[in-house]
Design a protein around this ligand. Sequence first.
Ligand SMILES: C[S@@+](CC[C@H](N)C(=O)[O-])C[C@H]1O[C@@H](n2cnc3c(N)ncnc32)[C@H](O)[C@@H]1O
Length: 344
Amino acid sequence: MASVMLCGTEKLALLSTRTPYANGFGFTGSDLHGKSFPKLSFTATARVPNSRRTMVVPRCSVSASRPSSQPRFIQHKEEAFWFYRFLSIVYDHVINPGHWTEDMRDDALEPADLSNRNMIVVDVGGGTGFTTLGIVKHVDAKNVTILDQSPHQLAKAKQKEPLKECKIIEGDAEDLPFRTDYADRYVSAGSIEYWPDPQRGIKEAYRVLKIGGKACLIGPVYPTFWLSRFFADVWMLFPKEEEYIEWFEKAGFKDVQLKRIGPKWYRGVRRHGLIMGCSVTGVKPASGDSPLQLGPKQEDVKEPVKPFVFFLRFLLGVLAASWFVLVPIYMWLKDQIVPKSQPI
Ligand SMILES: C[S@@+](CC[C@H](N)C(=O)[O-])C[C@H]1O[C@@H](n2cnc3c(N)ncnc32)[C@H](O)[C@@H]1O
């Protein structure tokens, strides 16, 4: 269960019940169906009492690969590898401007509390280093490790001058090559949607952090508009906000908070889902591994690949992803046309 607070027009925090009080303007209900903010009911109280102001948290998978009811063709390591084999060529220039701007990145990293240049930071699924560029504004690059399963994405990161001193390694978010209690901060932006077992990845985030360390996971949110929902389900994992919170809490994190992010020109509209839609943070309260016990990893990447099925899945996933190239263009046009005083 979680209570909710709003801090700023596009900033919303879902606080776990273990977070005692929220500062700022609270509201009594989260629009978890992803409609625009004007539908939220605001209250003027500065504190959210530790009370019955809660929301229903539906059950979500604890540690399971894709359910067959939701194909999510690219929520799979092999397919994500090939997806980024090609997308890496245009990623920084075509994908980020529509979904993941520098403003959004800085907004999303703010709860990570990168307050000391000597902090040890891991950027998991760091790709071309776009988020790492935000991290090294606050932390010395030599203390930052970028990990990704795609050598093609990492090749782009290696070319960036401010990242020259970062450690850059290939690896799997669900099986991190860092020792337990290693880092002060764990950051992962826009990668969870490809992990077959997101709970396992978040459990790994917990393991590699030092006591008092903080994880900051930035990811998509599930659409409510039926067509966007259809394409999201065909493409990859778009978790619900309450799923993020449940995964963090199950992994053992305390003070779990969720802040909404989105491109400015969406004016807070969330019905299409957002590929970078929220920044979730949690603090590791004790040293050692996560209290959550999981069975062995289902290593789908090692399973024999049937070329035709693989190609078909890949093609369908890529077609579905194309919808989310059109949505930001449509929202941008709407923002230009509809007067600022009216909702879009
Ligand atoms: C949308 S990109 C995000 C890149 C970067 N974090 C950014 O902010 O621009 C997603 C990245 O996650 C990586 N990825 C997907 N599954 C992964 C896994 N299981 N382990 C590590 N990286 C993974 C992809 O290769 C890709 O580079």
